[in-house]
Design a protein around this ligand. Structure first.
Ligand SMILES: *Cc1c(COP(=O)(O)O)cnc(C)c1O
Length: 399
């Protein structure tokens, strides 16, 4: 761990494009997969990479997670699965979300594993699989209390029986999703688990059962069964602060910038739209090219801060779409070009996605997912840049 920390600390990239980028530390991701695996025991890890891997970039993250030992990938929709296949990934991919009849061919053509949510979908998939001369592995989701989608236990059992009679489908998996796992020691999770096991007992021949998201795995590793489905934990965030002492997870994403310009302000002068902040002393102001168009929540205006030369400097005035202003009067020797850490570590201080989320009144998941595609993703191994994913640069879009 010490070694990893020093490699992480050493990371210094020289990104020469517009000065805002996300560094994705694949060593941290690897370490998180290993840590989660140590809790999961013999259960296989399904790395949940939906929503562009929570903003981290679906393809490089999926590759790194598989390399670290994950055996499955979880996505929420067919298009995400297709993206993985087009990049050459051939590991099993479960489509966790609700699917529509129009997506059936995409599932077959790309060998994705769908979640069957109705008899109609089962028939459509079975027909398409027969036509393609293949047998499609499928999972069924049991709604044990989240009340979002999935079939209530009685319907799941009936659906399983119907699927079993369709020779082009093979029912391999059964799963559920918890509604309170991040919510302290809530007995409802155990209740959902019991309901799930009761339903599973009535559907023989299932080879993989899975119920654990990150929170459930951290809180109740005895529920690991055959597969666990961590998402946020892979990315080094905790689904709830009370779970921090269960496992050492390392943040994977840092959002960084450089000071584009310094200028002086006289007392009384206002900053940014609406002049919601005014200098009350001679002030040095840094222009930072990161705004809500990059994913920095506008609600951090006059509330958030960034790290510059290891010190915290407050964001002043309204955050704009493309930039924000930072009061650096108290940062010694501040200079144009200095690294600005918006999320991540610098010196001895760290701003976590959780801290940003808390100030913005949301959760780390949303902060990470909201980092927009304008921000290049820089993939790091041992402190070195190994791959860049940008959506704007010609020829590099949507790899
Ligand atoms: C998103 C999701 C997960 C991952 O949840 P985390 O809280 O990020 O670990 C697991 N299972 C399902 C069904 C999901 O939709």
């Amino acid at each position: 761990m010490k070694e990893l920390e020093s490699k992480r600390a050493a990371s210094q990239v020289n990104w020469e494009g517009r000065p805002v980028w996300a560094e994705i530390d694949l060593d941290a991701l690897t370490s998180n997969v290993h840590s989660l695996q140590s809790l999961a025991g013999d259960a296989a890890i399904m790395a949940v990479v939906k929503a562009n891997a929570y903003g981290h970039g679906i393809v490089p993250v999926a590759r790194a997670a598989l390399q670290a030992g994950a055996r499955w990938l979880g996505v929420v929709c067919v298009d995400e699965g297709v993206r993985l296949r087009r990049s050459g990934i051939d590991a099993p991919v479960l489509v966790l979300g609700h699917i529509q009849a129009g997506e059936v061919n995409g599932i077959i053509e790309n060998s994705l594993t769908p979640t069957i949510n109705s008899l109609e979908i089962a028939h459509a998939l079975s027909g398409a699989a027969r036509e393609a001369n293949t047998v499609l592995s499928v999972h069924i989701k049991v709604d044990t209390g989240l009340h979002r989608y999935g079939s209530i236990p009685r319907d799941a059992i009936a659906l399983a029986q119907a699927v079993r009679s369709m020779h082009s489908l093979r029912l391999d998996g059964l799963f559920t999703h918890f509604s309170m796992a991040e919510d302290g020691e809530n007995p409802y999770t155990e209740e959902q688990f019991r309901r799930f096991l009761t339903a599973a007992e009535q559907i023989p021949g299932i080879s993989v059962r899975h119920v654990c998201n990150t929170a459930a795995l951290l809180r109740a590793p005895h529920m690991a069964l055959e597969i666990v489905r961590p998402g946020i934990g892979l990315y080094g965030c905790y689904p709830s602060p009370d779970l921090k002492d269960r496992l050492m997870l390392l943040p994977v994403l840092s959002l960084k910038s450089r000071i584009a310009r310094l200028h002086r302000l006289q007392p009384g002068q206002g900053v940014s739209y609406g002049h919601t902040w005014r200098a009350d002393r001679p002030t040095t102001l840094a222009l930072v090219m990161c705004g809500y168009g990059d994913g920095l929540p506008r609600s951090l205006s006059n509330r958030g801060s960034v790290l510059i030369r290891g010190a915290r400097a407050p964001i002043v005035g309204r955050i704009c779409m493309d930039m924000c202003m930072v009061d650096v009067t108290d940062v010694p020797r501040v200079a144009e070009g200095d690294e600005v850490v918006i999320i991540g570590r610098q010196g001895n201080d760290e701003i976590t996605a959780d801290e940003v989320a808390e100030l913005a009144g949301t959760i780390s998941y949303e902060v990470l997912c909201h980092i927009t595609e304008r921000v290049p993703r820089l993939y790091m191994r041992e402190g070195r840049l190994i791959e860049v994913e940008t959506f704007l640069h010609e020829g590099k879009a949507l790899r």
